[in-house]
Design a protein around this ligand. Structure first.
Ligand code: COA
Ligand code: AMP
Length: 637
């Protein structure tokens, strides 16, 4: 019988420890816990204290031991290289054990960090799992980040070893990774002992003698390493995510709570069975890739499709349907932006109908708000439930969803449905920081999560408990501040509408406008600047930078604008999609000197706005409106 959502939700909060202890039975433990929830040091909470396990054992070895070694664990589908390569659980276990031996041979031991800067190749998943196998902590960095961003992460994580590939492939453009890595290591203060380089035939990297080692050569000579049990509370990985400044936050994930929560989510949030094929089109550089390309499907025993390609252009807008049909995918997870790209190229869903999708049961969307027209189009074309669900790098798994393994709940477009069991979601009065006053249903406010967070959520930031508490737990004592704003309807439907900070969401990628402003401010001719996220029909939002030049600078504005665009690409990376910078005479500010970014954003998006009562000089808004109009804002249609 399918459990009731309402009953499961209540039990997850009222009998929290019993609930998660039951869920933990799905995991193999080397030693069971002393306490399910360790609340000895609030506001920091730990799950399964005293327990020991190995995440790689749970993801690979135990399935082989249970006689499921010949089933596919991973199917690498790479239209950009014309390759499809399945790996059984046994093969993936063996390759991973061998690479774990490589890492151990390079001196990596339990607790050491390994940075992984790789495209969507199966070796990336092996490298992650190999770290887990020997108790090392991985930190995967997305390939679309530039050398400087990589250097920042190297300096924070201080990896002993870096694992990379010679290149990534962006549709038909080869992106050499090694020069970026070399530049990052040059810039970073913390130097790795060794780099392992996977040479791809389309672009071989030059190896630095004495530091860089060839993946294949090391693998050929390695002795496979066994699983090393670690504490349930030991870090499995660090994943850096955008904060409000250019310094990223190192989100820590533990081993025990993570394994329990992800396994639970596969059954009850996603409603899949262990023998089914699961496909997440994201990147291992993002949390979605960590949780739902690698760890959750493998821990749960599914076959996971790892896709090196795009929604369109590899070769066309039917790419996802081809993958789903060919590998008999049961459930598929991607970002709404991918659907907007597909809809733009195949508005009538002609390509969808050329594939046999009878096994396909559900589509999950996350990473940004799923706009109702996109959801409606996907439902109409695919004729399966389309589930918008909400989560963050920090939470590691969904906070709100229409749980497919629990009793059916009504769907409302624009809402990411209901709080998932384990998450105590509240809407607080954003103006009442320090006080945590709850709002009535329907009232919009700061979305917060009452502590303790469930297993799988971040226990802290890497070596920065104080920053963790300051960034997330201080504004509303007793709550985790999500940074999102929205409301809950009386029937429990949650709507996540916007961020309360200066984070923007570009094609499902989370970026800091503050970080971009720091880059622009470093340009020698820039006196001050403001970056805001403006609406974009494909990517949801794109950044737009307004720049005021220093007095006496009399260079051409368009030249400086081009330099500004190039600087953000060079310092942050192409993923920022920073394509528009505009020189203006002045920026609108409050009398206390705060730049009115929100008002400018509304002007750029063609929304109504009120002239803020605190504005210093209202005439500047007219100047900004005229300047934006010159570059086509508000955009038509
Ligand atoms: N390595 C190097 N460069 C990368 C990269 C990577 N791993 N990923 C992206 N880039 C580059 C792109 O080539 C592009 O460069 P360009 O400015 O020279 O064209 C830039 O970064 C922006 O990339 P992207 O955001 O992917 O935009 P796009 O215009 O190439 O494609 C979409 C648009 C909608 C198809 C694409 O954004 C997409 O597939 N989005 C889904 C996002 C997703 O899965 N998010 C994960 C959260 S669930
Ligand atoms: P990331 O940490 O990169 O996963 O980004 C998390 C942020 O993306 C959230 O805080 C939200 O702002 C946004 N987000 C993710 N999923 C959704 C969703 N389903 N609806 C609305 N916003 C979302």
């Amino acid at each position: 019988m399918i459990p009731s959502y309402a009953e499961t939700y209540r039990r997850s909060l009222d009998r929290r420890e019993e609930f998660w202890a039951e869920a933990a039975e799905a995991i193999d433990w080397e030693r069971r816990w002393d306490r399910v929830l360790d609340d000895a040091a609030p506001p920091l909470y730990r799950w399964f204290s005293g327990a020991r396990l190995n995440t790689c054992w749970n993801a690979l070895d135990r399935h082989v031991a249970a006689g499921r070694g010949e089933r596919n664990a991973l199917i690498w589908d790479s239209p950009v290289t014309g390759t499809i390569r399945p790996f059984t659980y046994r093969q993936l276990r063996d390759e991973t054990a061998r690479f774990a031996g490589v890492l151990a041979g390079l001196g990596v031991a339990s607790g050491d960090r390994v940075l992984i800067y790789m495209p969507m190749v199966p070796e990336a998943a092996m490298a992650m799992l190999a770290c887990a196998r020997i108790g090392a902590i991985h930190s995967v960095v997305f390939g679309g980040f530039a050398a400087h961003e990589l250097a920042t992460r190297i300096d924070d994580a201080k990896p002993k070893v870096i694992v990379t590939a010679s290149c990534g492939i962006e549709i038909n453009r080869v992106v050499p990774y090694k020069p970026l890595l070399d530049a990052a290591i040059e810039e970073a203060t913390a130097k790795p002992l060794a780099c392992v380089v996977l040479q791809r035939p389309m672009c071989e990297a030059t190896l630095v003698r004495g530091r860089d080692r060839d993946w294949d050569e090391l693998m050929a000579a390695a002795t496979p390493a066994d699983c090393v049990p670690v504490s349930a509370m030991d870090p499995l990985y660090i994943l850096y995510t955008s904060g409000t400044t250019g310094i990223p936050k190192g989100v820590v994930r533990d081993n025990g709570g993570h394994a329990v929560a992800l396994s639970w989510s596969m059954r009850y949030v996603y409603g899949v069975q262990p023998d089914e094929v699961w496909f997440t089109a994201s990147d291992i550089g993002w949390v979605v890739g960590h949780s739902y390309i690698v760890y959750a499907p493998l821990i749960y025993g599914c076959t996971s499709v790892m896709y090196e390609g795009k929604p369109v252009g590899t070769p066309d807008a039917g790419a996802f349907w081809r993958v789903i049909a060919q590998h008999r995918v049961a459930a598929f997870f991607t970002a709404p932006t991918a659907f907007r790209a597909i809809k733009r190229e195949d508005p009538d869903g002609r390509l969808i109908r050329t594939y046999e999708l009878s096994r396909f049961r559900a589509l999950f969307l996350a990473g940004e708000r799923a706009d109702p027209p996109t959801v409606a189009w996907a439902e109409e074309q695919l004729k399966v439930p389309v589930i918008d669900h909400w989560w963050q790098t920090e939470t590691g798994w969904p906070i709100a969803a229409n749980c497919q393994g629990l009793s059916p709940m009504p769907v409302k477009h624009g809402s990411c449905s209901f709080a998932v069991p384990g998450w105590d979601v509240r809407v607080l009065d954003a103006a009442a920081e320090g006080d945590a006053r709850e709002l009535k249903p329907g009232e919009i406010g700061a979305i917060a999560l009452k502590l303790p967070l469930p297993p799988g959520a971040l226990p802290t930031l890497w070596q920065a408990d104080a920053r963790y508490i300051g960034s997330y737990l201080s504004a509303y004592p007793g709550y985790y501040q999500t940074g999102d704003a929205g409301f809950i309807e009386p029937d429990g439907h949650l709507y996540v509408m916007t961020r309360t900070d200066d984070i923007i969401n570009v094609a499902g990628h989370r970026l800091s406008t503050g970080g971009m402003e720091e880059v622009l401010a470093a340009h020698p001719d820039v006196a001050e600047c403001a970056v805001m996220g403006v609406a974009d029909a494909l990517k949801g939002q794109v950044p737009l930078g307004l720049i005021v030049l220093k007095a006496g600078v009399n260079r051409r504005a368009d030249e400086i604008e081009r330099e500004a665009v190039a600087l953000v690409r060079e310092r942050i990376g192409p993923v920022a999609s920073f394509k528009a910078a505009l020189v203006v005479d002045r920026l609108p500010k409050t009398r206390s000197g705060k730049i009115l970014r929100g008002t400018m954003r509304r002007i750029a998006d063609g929304e109504d706005y009120r002239v803020p009562a605190t504005i210093d000089d209202p005439a500047i808004l007219g100047e900004i409106t005229a300047a934006l109009a010159r570059i086509g804002y508000p955009a038509q249609g």
